[in-house]
Design a protein around this ligand. Structure first.
Ligand SMILES: CC(C)(COP(=O)(O)OP(=O)(O)OC[C@H]1O[C@@H](n2cnc3c(N)ncnc32)[C@H](O)[C@@H]1OP(=O)(O)O)[C@@H](O)C(=O)NCCC(=O)NCCS
Length: 388
């Protein structure tokens, strides 16, 4: 047997492989992201989210019949049960949408039992339901929070257009529909990040898929994972005007503060997802029905940052552009991370299924640094150096 001696603790498991995976590939130096070997830029232009979800989960692009069946299965499972909607009505109005999403996803496990995760049919239908219902939950929770009736999904609309319709009770402009769909594709997978790891760990216990996805949603809700795009919008609101961009950036750098949406741990030359979104900014500016103010502002930020941070290999990341694009399309800021989850669910499900193929329950070790063989001191004799 191969001898393994891994005694050094690696904080955050940085650089430690946690699984063998054939789902997505990143080359940070070259700025490459591929799903099942296909570059993200190609998928963003030629494919759509439903097809990308199929590709990630089942490993290959679907043929026409497979695509139509998967699309129709997802489309016809977008509705929420009345009891689930009733349950949502009782949730607090000031709750964060990620809490709603996690709670309702978890509750779905009681309505659609899927405990036998080794059964292929169970896996297929739970994947279909999760992809289909996450947008309905996000839209319904947003409307309920604002005192509005949830809107029933429309099967005649595309996946992205239906989500927009359930949020705003009107159909999106074709450009907005295309961008929303691409946004889901761009967020659908990103190798072994924290929420994906979470889905593999929970999946390795043979827990049901609703529990797995709700755990991944909880992991994504932390500000160190999802959420940088919300910060970008806050920053742009603080900047306010084009004239204020330079003084604002200068002052922030002076205080040694990071500029939100700039730089990336992995992508050191370009973030390919950001590049795709950057292309949309020009289209949004050119569109006569869309206010271009925030896009003009973002271009100025990009310009000043490039000038001020030249030589540091820092570039706008996906969150920079997604924050701006969402904001410019009128998407409420607290829905950015839930929309991220609507796309990433495809990756979580793909990783769960891949995990099951060669499953071994995750059981890492620890480096114990606590005391040993301590006496038990009776309560009346316990003294603390400092009071708590
Ligand atoms: C993403 C991030 C954590 C990557 O950090 P990192 O890998 O540690 O970055 P590096 O250490 O390679 O940074 C190199 C240099 O650029 C600086 N830098 C990195 N990101 C910066 C930013 N957003 N604004 C200003 N300076 C930045 C660092 O301070 C460092 O400067 P130094 O060499 O003078 O010490 C960081 O860029 C950041 O916090 N960005 C803003 C938040 C954000 O957009 N997060 C979403 C990521 S998808």
């Amino acid at each position: 047997m191969e001898e393994r001696l891994i005694m050094d603790l690696v904080p955050g498991l940085e650089g430690i492989p946690a699984a063998e995976s054939a789902i997505s590939y990143i080359d940070g130096d070259e700025g490459i992201l591929e799903y099942r070997g296909i570059p993200i830029e190609t998928l963003a232009v030629k494919s759509n989210f439903i097809e990308v979800a199929y590709l990630l989960i089942f490993g290959e692009l679907p043929d026409r019949d497979e695509y139509e069946r998967f699309k129709s299965d997802v489309t016809y499972h977008t509705r929420l049960k009345l009891k689930i909607l009733r349950m949502m009505e009782w949730l607090p109005e000031n709750g964060h949408p990620m809490h709603y999403l996690q709670a309702v996803t978890s509750a779905m496990g009681m309505y659609y039992p899927a405990r036998d995760t080794l059964d292929e049919e169970v896996r297929y239908w739970s994947a279909v339901r999760l992809i289909a219902k996450l947008p309905t939950i996000v839209a319904a929770s947003h409307r309920l929070k604002h005192g509005d009736e949830p809107i029933k999904p429309r099967n005649d609309l595309s996946f992205a257009a239906n989500f927009y319709y359930m949020l705003f009770e009107r159909e999106p402009l074709p450009l907005v529909e295309r961008i929303l769909d691409t946004m889901l594709t761009l967020h659908a997978d990103h190798t072994m990040n924290a929420s994906t790891f979470s889905s593999r760990v929970v999946g390795s216990t043979l827990a049901d898929p609703y529990t797995i996805v709700s755990s991944a949603i909880g992991t994504l809700s932390g500000p160190l994972h999802g959420g940088a795009n919300e910060e970008v919008v806050r920053m742009l609101a603080e900047i306010g005007t084009k004239e204020n961009v330079r003084p604002y950036i200068e002052a922030r750098l002076e205080r040694k503060e990071k500029i939100m949406g700039i730089g990336h741990r992995v992508y050191k030359t370009r973030d390919p997802r950001g590049e795709v979104l950057k292309g949309f900014i020009e289209e949004l500016i050119a569109h006569k029905d869309i206010d271009s103010g925030v896009f003009e502002l973002s271009k100025e930020v990009e310009l000043v940052v490039a000038e001020r941070l030249t030589g540091k290999n820092l570039h706008p990341n996906v969150d920079f552009y997604s924050g701006i694009v969402f904001n410019g399309m009128g998407i409420p800021t607290d829905l950015f991370t839930p929309i991220f989850a609507m796309g990433r669910v495809a990756g979580w499900l793909a990783h769960w299924m891949e995990q099951l193929k060669t499953n071994r329950i995750y059981r890492p070790t620890q480096k114990y640094i606590g005391k040993r063989k301590e006496p038990y001191i009776p309560m009346e004799e316990r003294k603390r150096a400092t009071a708590r």
